[in-house]
Design a protein around this ligand. Structure first.
Ligand code: BTN
Length: 319
């Protein structure tokens, strides 16, 4: 491990605790000049490291640089993590990595996506460092696991993680958009990879994009009124590393007992479309009705204005 990484690791272990240059040098068996050079390089990368002559160096609790050690440290289960400054899409990169990594779950994160993908063939606006863009790859999926539920569970995990770290009370717009104060702050795109031999789902790529802040000047016009940022107007300072590990921990807690469908109770409570008048398009035809329930497969049960019942298993609704 490079000196820079070793120094960072020391500062990460006890964020907010100051270490003198001498302590770092002694613990790592390096010179004070090397410590100083490492600190300078880390600051250049964007780490907020405070220093005082009396107490030493301290990593500010709000140092928002994507860092695999920092994420790993907070994870309940170990996970292989890859971080990029820029990729086309973390889901696309995850798919490419699946050719090399045949076993075990892994996580891809990026500061920026140049072709971030959304559901229904849309794009996902992913400017640099303003959002958490990540893809969790689940391998060896038991055949009994319903892929739709995997996505639904992710929506609940994101809400729980946000509540753990902030005062925000997120809600879900069916299927899996996360809303705060009437604006979408997170979208989830799940892609299943089929085994060529068995034609069954072999891996699932769970792509999660959370807008942390908004670069208001550069938001595409059509998104201005629709999207929000998790930290906009918030006191809480949450780093992308913290949010990533909280989402993953929450996700695995749910995933372990996904077949019990226990998490659907929480999904239904957070699903703000229930009881509301909705419209949607199916097979090029427009429908409207009342969203009545979310069934045990995560489908939306709708009582149409014609009084017929329809169950939607995917798609997009408007309210
Ligand atoms: C949607 O709202 O339609 C889904 C958006 C999903 C965006 C995330 S960001 C990380 C991952 N990589 C992508 O290209 N898309 C997902």
């Amino acid at each position: 491990m490079s000196t820079k990484k070793q120094v960072l690791q020391m500062l990460e272990v006890n964020k907010n605790v100051p270490y003198s240059g001498q302590t770092i040098a002694d613990q790592l068996g390096i010179s004070r000049t090397s410590v100083w050079k490492a600190i300078r390089a880390l600051r250049e990368e964007g780490y907020q490291i405070e220093s005082s002559t009396n107490s030493g160096y301290r990593l500010s609790s709000f140092s928002d640089v994507l860092n695999s050690e920092s994420i790993s440290q907070d994870l309940e289960e170990p996970l292989s993590i890859m971080i990029y400054e820029q990729v086309d899409s973390t889901n696309a990169e995850a798919k490419r990595k699946l050719d090399e990594i045949k076993e075990g779950d892994f996580l891809i994160l990026a500061d920026e996506q140049t072709s971030g993908r959304g559901r229904l063939g849309r794009s996902f606006h992913s400017p640099t460092k303003t959002g958490l863009y990540m893809s969790l790859v689940l391998q060896e999926i038991p055949q009994s696991v319903d892929p739709t539920l995997v996505t639904t569970a992710a929506a609940v995990a994101v809400c729980q993680a946000i509540e753990e770290l902030t005062d925000v009370k997120p809600q879900i717009k069916w299927v899996n958009d996360i809303f705060v104060n009437g604006q979408k702050i997170c979208g989830i795109l799940t892609e299943g990879i089929l085994s060529l031999e068995t034609q069954t789902i072999q891996s699932i790529i769970l792509g999660i994009g959370v807008n942390m802040t908004l670069d208001k000047e550069n938001i595409p016009v059509e998104l201005i009124k629709k999207i929000g940022g998790l930290l906009e107007g918030q006191e809480a300072q949450v780093s992308r590393n913290q949010l990533a590990s909280a989402i993953i921990n929450r996700y695995y807690q749910i995933y372990e007992k996904i077949e019990t469908r226990e998490f659907l109770k929480e999904y239904r409570k957070r699903c703000f479309v229930l009881g509301k008048e909705i419209t949607f398009t199916k097979n090029k035809e427009k429908y409207s009705g009342i969203a009545k329930a979310v069934d045990d497969q995560g489908g939306l049960v709708v009582r149409l204005n014609s009084n017929q019942k329809m169950v939607l298993s995917y798609g997009e609704i408007s309210i």
